[in-house]
Ligand binder design. Sequence first.
Ligand SMILES: [Zn+2]
Length: 163
Amino acid sequence: MDTRRFLDPSTRLYALAADDIEVVCPRCAARALVVPQRVDGTSVLSWPRRLICTSCASTASWSPRGQASHWGAPVDPFFQLPLWLQADCCGRTLWAFNEAHLTLLHDYVAAHLRERARADPGLTLVARLPRWVKAAKHRDEVLRTITRLRQSREPARTSVQRP
Ligand SMILES: [Zn+2]
């Protein structure tokens, strides 16, 4: 596949919340997960969520009943905890929910030819990215930041696996 070419897969931000979202644990500041409790046949937005920290064993629940969700900021939409994957970049904040989100950002920013989605081209995640993320002059810094974010969640390994 030509990695310089990117066809918008029409992913919406909320669809990325169908997977775990990586956040900062409010109790111990380690990396915790907001895990969706999948309910078949219903919208991603209406699934209950569970906060799970394996470092300090903290847990919490979020229910769509009576609790709003908030989108478009560097917090998880449910508990509104700071995202683990966020960093200063080009004087702004680059953020992602999880690996799938980072991969989408990476592939989009790395591409030299960007094709719009055929369905709802104005509503997809990449179509709605801020201008500074899309700017060619920021490409290198954004890609470096994505690499840094990926490394930020790997536990310091003393024995690196070698091929
Ligand atoms: Zn914790």
